[in-house]
Design a protein around this ligand. Structure first.
Ligand code: BG6
Length: 485
């Protein structure tokens, strides 16, 4: 792996402390960092290098899941860190930053490979990238890459504007858009599950699949993020990015080659085939909800409108369920149901594939109940795959019974999403990052939904905290003769 300089904007922030430093540290322990590297933290605070290194050390001790009490190893890691205060809007600061970067490149005798990680609020993406360009930081003899995190825009137009600006400083293949769901080991495993197993591959189409259900339910509420969340809602916070990425990963067809470009092309094709809704018909296929008071794990919790920082008349969605159609030869006629919400009964991210049962009519004697075959891919908090099928129970007069076969793929010390993603970015592998086309097409699907929400064209259902969402979300599937698994 190429030696490089990792320039971290927002180094004093929460994400850096909780995720980025531990991820870099774990990569270092696993010898997955380049032989020589330098990490330069930037933030508004006036810290010295020493203060910054102490902060990093503290964050590792608090948030690393496999901290090792080995002083010399730790010091070796911390020695790579430097800090420089920066007002991101002030060009002079970037000139100084360039000097620091160049000086470190000289000291370590490493090429001008520069990774810029923007762990800052999205309103700064534009000014930072343009200053990187103007200051000369981006004119390197080696490679330059940019890592950014959602939200990529607030709607279709703002996402396009943002991308336009980013693309003035970075090429598309230099931009690594983090969607941390793509870093989840089980999401990365979907590809293998489908393409490396002829049994699943053969069945992965509308001849055999009755419907697909993608759920991401959370028990947490809005937490301390009302300022952001109340403007975003579940549709922007989860649906536009994570949920549609899960849909793409589930529905994509086998690429000609397993390469980053081909995989992303296949994902894009799914989005191009996703049927767009007219604003007026959104209410037929989309359900929105907001949590009311209720109980989570035996404790009473307040409703969304009573949460600190939320306006008592807020109409923000904390739950969205939708029925989507992919109009291509493999999926036409198969509904994809997606739901996600806060303050639901359980924390669970999973994909359920419900298979058709063409034998049902003629094989089974009347009164014998059989259940559909289900393939359940559990992503979070447990990781595993299970298959539901029917079997006779000899101890019960040979009656049919539903049985499950489950493989737990959870292991100890599984790398976290950030670890896998940063490692990929360092290697220049963009497979599990969102391509601009995927992001744009996602916003295209979302846009009429946003407008319908805005114009109140569909009801906002209140659901009880601790439930699985509003009744209307169950009705959505019942209309098609299905139910949520
Ligand atoms: C984030 C959202 O992207 O994903 C949060 O902003 C949400 O609101 C989180 O809680 C869920 O992530 P995970 O990994 O816990 O499923």
């Amino acid at each position: 792996m190429d030696s490089m300089t990792f320039v971290l904007f927002g180094a004093t922030g929460d994400l850096a402390k909780r995720k980025i430093f531990p991820a870099l540290y774990h990569l270092f322990l696993d010898q997955k960092m380049p032989h020589s590297f330098s990490i330069i933290g930037l933030g508004r605070r006036e810290w010295s290098d020493d203060e910054f290194q102490t902060h990093v050390e503290h964050s590792l001790k608090t948030f690393s899941t496999r901290f090792i009490h080995d002083r010399s190893k730790l010091e070796q890691f911390l020695r790579a860190f430097r800090y420089s205060p920066l007002d991101v809007t002030n060009m002079d600061g970037y000139k100084k930053l360039l000097e620091i970067v160049q000086q470190r490149e000289k000291e370590l005798n490493i090429p001008e490979n520069r990774m810029f990680y923007l762990s800052v609020a999205p309103e700064f993406f534009d000014v930072i990238t343009s200053n990187i360009k103007e200051s000369g930081l981006g004119s390197t003899k080696g490679w330059k890459r940019l890592i950014i995190e959602k939200p990529f825009g607030h709607d279709l137009k703002s996402a396009q504007d943002l991308n336009e600006k980013l693309s003035q400083a970075f090429e598309e293949d230099e931009i690594y858009r983090v969607d941390h769901y793509l870093g989840k080991p089980m999401v990365q495993n979907l590809e293998a599950l489908k393409f490396a197993n002829p049994v699943f591959q053969a069945l992965w189409n509308n001849q055999h699949i009755a419907n697909v259900q993608i759920t991401a339910s959370e028990t947490v509420g809005v937490e301390e993020r009302a300022g952001y969340y109340d403007r975003a809602g579940s549709i922007r916070d989860m649906f536009q990015n994570h949920m549609l990425q899960l849909l793409m990963m589930t529905a994509m067809h086998v690429p000609k080659r397993i390469s980053s470009q081909d995989i992303r092309n296949e994902k894009r094709k799914i989005m191009e085939s996703l049927r767009l809704l007219q604003k007026e018909e959104v209410g037929l296929h989309v359900v929105r909800g907001q949590y009311g008071p209720g109980e989570i794990d035996g404790k009473s919790v307040v409703g969304y409108k009573e949460e600190p920082g939320v306006d008592a008349s807020s109409t923000t969605d904390t739950f969205v369920a939708a029925r989507l159609w992919i109009d291509d030869e493999f999926w036409s006629g198969v509904p994809f149901y997606i739901r996600t919400g806060k303050r639901m009964k359980e924390k669970s991210t999973r994909i359920v594939i419900e298979f058709k049962n063409p034998l049902k009519e003629w094989y089974f004697p009347k009164n014998e109940k059989t259940a559909p075959n289900l393939l359940v891919i559990e992503i979070n908090p447990n990781e595993g795959v299970s298959l539901q099928f029917n079997s006779k129970n000899v101890l019960n007069d040979g009656k049919m019974e539903t049985v499950h076969m489950r493989v737990a793929t959870s292991q100890k010390n599984v790398p976290e999403a950030y670890e896998l993603l940063i490692f990929d970015a360092l290697r220049g592998d963009s497979t599990f990052f969102a391509h601009w086309k995927e992001v744009e097409l996602s916003w295209k699907w979302i846009q009429p939904v946003l407008e319908a929400f805005e114009e109140n064209l569909l009801p906002l259902h209140t659901y009880r905290s601790g439930s699985m969402g509003p009744e209307a979300s169950h009705q959505l599937l019942e209309e098609d003769g299905f139910h949520w698994w």
